[in-house]
Structure formats: structure tokens, C-alpha cells
Design a protein around this ligand. Structure first.
Ligand code: ARG
Length: 459
């Protein structure tokens, strides 16, 4: 008979068993489930709700179950529905009737909410550690490329020169914010919900603070209805994971086109690219493409849970069982993507010459020519117009700014003199961008030094 079978006259239909059971995926929570039961039963004994001996028997039973699952000796039973009832059924099989006392003052509703919180605490820390790892790689690479000039883009049109270090450190900032979001979400994970019961608490004199302490929670939840109805913490993780994926996806997109023949800025290591079954010359950036593609899954996971939660009344509804597959998929996906990303980036070959030469084209120093005039008293808007006509002239003549004769410069503005040639070199252009947060090598050096400390503080 089912643990809840008392009021039922016949069994579930087999299709129904399969449809509503969650053990195939929530078995992943067995450690958390058993940890919660150990803390709960220790508290029941401490409070005299069950006897000391009963508490000891339950503890020994739970520990033996944990060991057997760890060692792969346990076959879960779909008829026992979920991880909570699988463990409880096994406990009763192993220690007899005393096992039936474990569920005193508890419901699966607060049990599942507790288990997911415990699981998310661990996984959130793992994702933070992976982000920290990736950021360390970015810092190391940036240190080697402070002087590596490359074109910066807006609208994917050449805009102004920057350095490769500066570009890498932009991603560092994104991933550091991602770490911050996860650190922040941990505050709301840190609430112990056992004692909420099914929705209306319990009549038993539970010591909730004792359970919180046993399980390493900072506080206990304040409202039993909210305790079992809340999945904000899962949504916060999914939103943070979606943002991480968005960042990884933008980075992937750049890696994909930087590695194309047209750009030729980087070459991917053979270990992280694949070939074509028909075109012998191909070397494809599959890892980056997959990360870009998997971003959609994680957004889907977020949308799925937001949609599950939007229409359900308080408190627990079985709809909420759908939280887990979305969450597990997002956890697995974001971890795998971060794991592959770090070595993929660390093993890139950077073609510095090509980046630098590419920065020469496309009138990338046009702003510098305008800045030159503005520094010498010409109002910037006017300077912009002068250089605009110069560019038009260059395009007609098929010249770059640096190829203009001094007479040509002067024909557009008498303020130009010989030093304009040095002023519009790509290197000088980058070096002059000394504003805090700018790409001048000195500023990037300072940003890297600060980044190391900011990363440590965020771990
Ligand atoms: N398997 C369920 C879930 O994952 C556990 C809670 C079930 N509670 C209930 N009253 N049916 O959400």
C-alpha cells in the first residue's frame, strides 16, 4: 500500500503512476533529503516527541540508506513516487514500525522545499567557483595582451582602437556581476523551511532553530504558507543562470567570427574544434556554437518555471513538481558550459599582427583627428564635420588618413600641422585613452590589479 493509501479503495492506474512520479529525476536530491530527515529526527528526539531510542534507530536506518545509495546498491521504485517516499519506505522496510514516526510534524511540501534549498546552496557555490576560475583565466590572458591593439566595434563596424586585454576585461566585469548575483541570491536561500508542514505549520513543539543550525541555515522562514509556496530562490538562480549564458553566448559569438577566415584574429585549439564529414579544410568552432545554442535551453528553463508559478494559488500545488527538471537542466547546462569555456579560451592562439593590422583600416582613427582639432580649440561638433568631409575625400581618393599630404589636411582645416601624423597612429590613439576605465595600457594594468582584489572579495 502507498504511504498515503489509507483513504484509497483501489490502486492508481499505471499510466498515472508513471505520470505523477518524480523519482526518475528527484533521486538527485537523496543526500539533501536524508540530511533533512537526520536533522528532523534528531530534533524530534531532543524535543521528546519521539524517544531517544527511536531517534537512534531512525538515524542508523537513514545512514545505512545513504551509504547504500552512495554505493549504488539501491533501486528506486516508481510506485513510491518521489525521493521523499522512496527513502521513507526503505526506512520502514529496514527498521520496522519505528520508521513510521519520522514523518511526525512534517509534510513532503516542506521537505521538498528544504531539499531544493540545500541542493541550490551547494550548486550555487559550484557555479560561483567556475565563474571565478574563468575570470582568473581572463586576467592571466589580459596581462599578456595589454599592448595587443585590436579594432573595437559598434554596430559591428570598426569604431575605435582598443586592446585585446581591454576586451577580455569587459567579460571579466560581466562574469564578476554574475558572481555577485549568485552571492546575493544565497541570502534568500539561507532560510530553513521545515516546520511549515503541509501549509499550516504543526501542532508539535518543533525546535526549528535547532534544525536550522544542524543543516547550516542562517535563519528560519517566517510564514508557513510562504515556506512551502515559495520558489523565488529557484527563479533567481534561473535568472542569474540565464544572464551567465547570455554573457557566454555573446563571447561565443565573438569567438566564432574572430576565428573565421575573414577576421583571422584567433585560432581555436584542435581540442575544442571539430571537422566536417565532407569538407576536408573545415575546422569549426563547435564548442562556442553549442554554448550559444544552449543559452536557449536555460532561457527556456527560466520561462518554464515562471509560467508554472504564475497561476497557482497558495500553498503547494503539484504543478510545482515541474520546478526540478528545469532547475536541474539549468544547473547542468551552465556548469558544463563554464567548464568547457575556460580551457577553450585559455588555449586560443591570438594573432596579434592580424588584429593590429586590421585596426588600421576603416578610418578607425577618425575620432582622433576630430579630437586633435578639439584639443586645439575647434568646437567638437565643428571638428566632427571637418573630419567627416576629410573621410569623404579619402574615400574618393582611395586613401587612409595617414596617407594624406599635409596640404590636403590643411585644405580642410588650417589647424592641422605636421604632428597630426603621429597623433593618428593606432598605438597613440590607444595610449591617449587614459580616462579611468579606458583602454590605455596603463589604465588596463590598474584595472587588472583592482580586478584581482575584486575577484578575491567575491569568492
Ligand atoms: N514530488 C513532489 C514534488 O516534487 C513532492 C511534494 C509532493 N507533495 C504532495 N502533496 N503531493 O513537488
Amino acid at each position: 500500500m502507498k504511504l498515503w493509501g489509507g483513504r484509497f479503495a483501489k490502486n492508481n492506474d499505471e499510466l498515472m503512476e508513471d505520470f505523477h512520479s518524480s523519482i526518475t529525476f528527484d533521486k538527485r536530491l537523496y543526500r539533501e533529503d536524508i540530511a533533512g530527515s537526520l536533522a528532523h529526527s534528531a530534533m524530534l528526539a531532543k524535543q521528546g516527541i519521539i524517544s531517544e531510542e527511536e531517534g537512534n534507530a531512525i538515524r542508523a536506518g537513514l545512514q545505512s540508506i545513504l551509504k547504500d545509495i552512495d554505493e549504488g546498491h539501491v533501486e528506486f521504485d516508481i510506485k513510491a513516487e518521489d525521493i521523499h517516499m522512496n527513502v521513507e519506505t526503505m526506512l520502514i522496510e529496514r527498521i520496522g514500525d519505528v520508521g513510521k514516526k519520522l514523518h511526525t510534524g512534517r509534510s513532503r511540501n516542506d521537505q521538498v522545499a528544504l531539499d531544493i534549498r540545500l541542493y541550490m546552496k551547494r550548486e550555487t557555490d559550484e557555479v560561483i567557483a567556475l565563474l571565478a576560475d574563468l575570470n582568473e583565466t581572463l586576467i592571466t590572458m589580459a596581462e599578456q595582451h595589454r599592448e595587443t591593439v585590436m579594432p573595437g566595434y559598434t554596430h559591428l563596424q570598426k569604431a575605435q582602437p582598443i586592446t585585446f586585454a581591454h576586451h577580455l576585461m569587459a567579460y571579466f566585469e560581466m562574469f564578476l556581476r554574475d558572481m555577485g548575483r549568485l552571492q546575493d541570491s544565497k541570502k534568500r536561500l539561507d532560510s530553513m523551511v521545515l516546520g511549515s508542514g503541509a501549509l499550516a505549520g504543526t501542532v508539535f513543539p518543533l525546535d526549528r532553530n535547532f534544525v536550522a543550525e544542524q543543516l547550516g541555515f542562517g535563519e528560519i522562514s517566517h510564514n508557513s504558507l510562504d515556506g512551502v509556496s515559495d520558489r523565488d530562490f529557484a527563479l533567481e538562480f534561473l535568472a542569474a543562470a540565464s544572464t551567465i549564458m547570455m554573457h557566454l553566448s555573446r563571447f561565443s559569438e565573438e569567438i566564432i567570427f574572430w576565428s573565421s577566415g575573414e577576421f583571422g584574429f584567433i585560432t581555436l585549439d584542435d581540442g575544442y574544434s571539430t571537422g566536417s564529414s565532407i569538407m576536408p579544410q573545415k575546422k569549426n568552432p563547435d564548442a562556442a556554437e553549442l554554448v550559444r545554442g544552449k543559452t536557449g535551453r536555460v532561457y527556456g528553463d527560466l520561462m518554464a518555471l515562471l509560467t508554472v508559478m504564475k497561476g497557482i494559488p497558495l500553498a503547494y500545488n503539484k504543478d510545482m513538481q515541474e520546478d526540478k527538471e528545469a532547475l536541474f537542466d539549468a544547473v547542468d547546462t551552465v556548469k558544463k558550459c563554464l567548464m568547457i569555456f575556460k580551457p577553450m579560451v585559455a588555449t586560443l592562439t591570438i594573432h596579434e599582427e592580424r588584429m593590429r593590422n586590421d585596426a588600421e583600416g576603416g578610418f578607425i582613427n577618425a575620432t582622433d583627428a576630430a579630437d586633435y582639432l578639439a584639443e586645439r580649440g575647434v568646437p567638437f561638433r565643428e571638428a566632427h564635420a571637418v573630419v567627416g568631409s576629410l573621410i569623404l575625400h579619402c574615400e574618393k581618393e582611395g586613401k587612409a588618413l595617414k596617407d594624406l599630404t599635409i596640404e590636403e589636411w590643411k585644405a580642410f582645416s588650417p589647424v592641422f600641422s605636421e604632428d597630426i601624423y603621429d597623433f593618428v597612429t593606432i598605438e597613440k590613439s590607444v595610449q591617449r585613452r587614459q580616462v579611468p576605465g579606458g583602454p590605455a595600457p596603463q589604465r588596463v594594468q590598474e584595472a587588472i590589479a583592482a580586478a584581482k582584489q575584486r575577484l578575491e572579495a567575491m569568492k
